[in-house]
Design a protein around this ligand. Sequence first.
Ligand SMILES: Cc1ncc(C[n+]2csc(CCOP(=O)(O)OP(=O)(O)O)c2C)c(N)n1
Ligand SMILES: [Mg+2]
Length: 317
Amino acid sequence: MYRMLWRIRLFEGQVQRLAAAGEVPGFPHLSTGQEAVAVGVCAHLSREDALYTSHRGHGHILAKGSDLEATLAEIIGRESGLCRGRGGSMHLVDVRHGVMGATGVVAGNLALAAGAAWAAQAQGKSNLAVAFFGDGATGAGVFHETLNLASLWKLPMLFVCENNGYAEFTSRDEHSNVNHVSHFAKPYSIPTKTIDGNDLKVVHAEAAEAIASIRAGHGPYLLECMTFRMAGHYVGDAQQYRSKEELAAMIEKCPIERLKRHLLADGVPATVLDAIQVEAKNEIEQASLRARAAARPDPATVMDDVYTSPTLHAISG
Ligand SMILES: Cc1ncc(C[n+]2csc(CCOP(=O)(O)OP(=O)(O)O)c2C)c(N)n1
Ligand SMILES: [Mg+2]
């Protein structure tokens, strides 16, 4: 898990550099600072559990097992990418690893995840669906509609809110009187906890409990993970809405440094931890070199996969 935290941190750093160099189409939204939520939750998921993420989904997808190079190749629009370079940062899909999709439609993933949870339930499977979303998504009607049906139908669904205190450039106290997202779960009798999302040990333990409850057939669960977005809303955001002091305080709460301190205290040698960091750096560098060298999609194939095709029949059949 320590290695995965570093992979995500360094992956996002590389996306930032490539975006600054004009190599990333669109606006990537980085998950820097929020890595412990992705890693602590996804550690409990199998390939058959369906993951639905948001516009800030790179970390969730990597933690679920998607290939570093194919994910980066997708973000920079290469044929070797997860979606043959057609989706980009906000439309990453990797069905082989149960990554059913990212979306730029805030809260749109919640209803889709409920559909996957309903399908698993109807088929008598023990799989669950997980939806990662931000605190801003709770302002959308579909969040409340999904809580209602998930509760009513006891769907095997984990709602994971990454409460980073901001929706774009607006702080939570400027757009809601409900200061904790977990409060929304209570009227629907959905079990819920507000936890420290920057402490991997806490996220891992609480996600284990939530997922065990869901797999035991007790219906949905909502985890509200309090966390911090160390980067801007998207690459290029000048962050004029928050102070240097606020940013400095966040860096103090870095989830990677936090786990490192725990591991050192548990007797893991610093040399082992340093080696993991270096290996992750090399992995990202190699993945980036290969992704950037890959071919771009042939413009003649632009209509591929737009309309129903034999491939789609193969997936649904
Ligand atoms: C339905 C919809 N409304 C508005 C937007 C514009 N938008 C993009 S990100 C965002 C804020 C999302 O905040 P939050 O859910 O807290 O996620 P975070 O960016 O903090 O991870 C908004 C309003 C959108 N993409 N989709
Ligand atoms: Mg937010």
